[in-house]
Ligand binder design. Structure first.
Ligand code: CTP
Length: 404
């Protein structure tokens, strides 16, 4: 598989040579692209010798008009010929350019023209890494679906100790290999994913809802689409943009979500119910706004349809993944729901814990499987958790088919 290794201008640029070698040892054909700053730290010749390929050093620099013309679309060619882009070291400057879509050199232009998986391995001074601008860029890039290989902590070239050191090149190469293996492994599948909360109206201006942000379901939709699946995303009201290439059906209430899921079920091969569906709704919603009175107000709520349980009854050969948001007895509850709703996997996450669960960009989950196995997935971005859930779902299907 052809991959591009983008090298940014930082002290860690020399470690990119080790990465180039590690990638080649794993069978990748590596096209190196260096920024002008990178060339201040390490010579293109090193990479040319290691990869046996011409290193791309800039868009226009030092070229005649004819050369410029013939290479004017080189970034498009490179974008088309390579299946994966890894940038190491990804400097604060490169992260900012990528996050904001600036395209003023070969690497940043290539980034915009490239539509495959992107892996970014940042390296910089601790203060730069911790700066709100960098934090924000990392959040944007990670939400865009890129894999961020977190820098290591340690003594940095500037003399300070803290996070900022480029991750071990062998570790980066391993992550590239994983991403390469995932590419297109869901082609031919149709994933029906639900996400976000539902809103159950109490009158024309009020509703009951919950704290779900939809981030986990959207991360799953994005991951599945990036891996070649057709994705139908049934989304409750959230403040998120649908990932590229995903078919979105926007719903508000549990009843609307149920109707969309039931309609699309025949098309799906895998169903992932990440939505936090409200458990109760008001049977008769008044047409007019309720007026405040001095009297106490009692609402007569009735249960909403349990969509997951219904899908569990009708799923046939389809793989069904449910979610369980719990405040206690995580695995026990997940296993109970696995059986009672006839799921193949239940993704359980502890809610009410600092830094994970609702609203957070990160999560930490346990996967309870039909095979009886339980897998702990340590804290990571929801996008990475999404890939892990999809990995395990694919493995599980193979295991279930083997036992049939
Ligand atoms: N779910 C559903 N329809 C509902 C309620 C929940 O499809 N009316 C699905 C959710 O999408 C999720 C799973 O059921 O995949 C578990 O949701 P959760 O709220 O944790 O479970 P409940 O069944 O509501 O159980 P409990 O309230 O007892 O924890």
């Amino acid at each position: 598989m052809n991959v591009v290794l983008g090298v940014g201008g930082g002290i860690a640029a020399y470690k990119a040579a080790e990465l180039a070698r590690a990638l080649q040892e794993r069978g990748f054909k590596v096209q190196v692209v260096m920024t002008a700053a990178a060339q201040e730290f390490i010579k293109p010749l090193t990479f040319a010798a290691l990869t046996n390929q011409k290193v791309i050093t800039d868009l226009f620099a030092g070229r005649s008009a004819e050369e410029t013309l013939s290479s004017a679309v080189e970034h498009i060619r490179v974008a088309q010929e390579n299946r994966l882009l890894v940038v190491a070291p990804a400097t604060a400057d490169l992260l900012a350019k990528f996050a904001h879509g600036l395209a003023n050199d070969f690497l940043s232009t290539l980034y915009l023209a490239f539509d495959g998986p992107v892996i970014l391995a940042p390296a910089m001074n601790t203060n730069m890494w911790n700066h709100p601008a960098t934090r924000n860029n990392i959040r944007v890039l990670s939400e865009r679906g890129h894999v961020i290989v977190e820098p290591d902590e340690g003594l940095l070239a500037c003399g300070t100790v803290g996070p900022g050191r480029l991750a071990d090149p062998l570790h980066i190469a391993e992550i590239v290999a994983q991403a390469a293996a995932r590419r297109d492994d869901l082609r031919g599948e149709t994933l029906l994913i639900t996400a976000g909360p539902t809103q159950e109206p109490l009158d024309p201006v009020r509703f009951i809802s919950n704290r779900s942000s939809g981030k986990m379901g959207y991360a799953l939709a994005e991951a599945a689409a990036a891996r070649g699946a057709r994705v139908i995303l049934v989304s409750g009201p959230v403040h998120l943009t649908a990932p590229n290439g995903v078919e979105i059906i926007k719903v508000r209430t549990a009843n609307e979500m149920r109707a969309a899921v039931v309609e699309k079920l025949p098309e799906a091969t895998v169903i992932v119910k990440a939505a936090a569906v409200a458990d109760y709704h008001l049977a008769d919603v008044p047409q007019q706004k309720r007026k405040k009175t001095a009297a106490r107000l009692t609402l007569d709520l009735e249960p909403t349809p349990d969509i997951l349980a219904e899908v569990g009854q009708r799923k046939g050969d389809r793989l069904l993944v449910g979610f369980a948001a719990e405040t206690e007895n995580l695995l026990e509850e997940a296993r109970r729901k696995l059986v009672s709703k006839n799921c193949d996997m239940v993704v359980a996450n502890m809610v009410g814990k600092e830094g994970t669960g609702f609203e957070s960009d990160e999560n930490e989950v346990i996967l309870a499987l039909r095979t009886g196995e339980a897998i702990s997935v340590p804290k990571a971005s929801k996008r990475r958790i999404a890939d892990r859930i999809l990995d395990e779902a694919l493995k599980l299907r193979l295991a279930l088919h083997a036992t049939r």
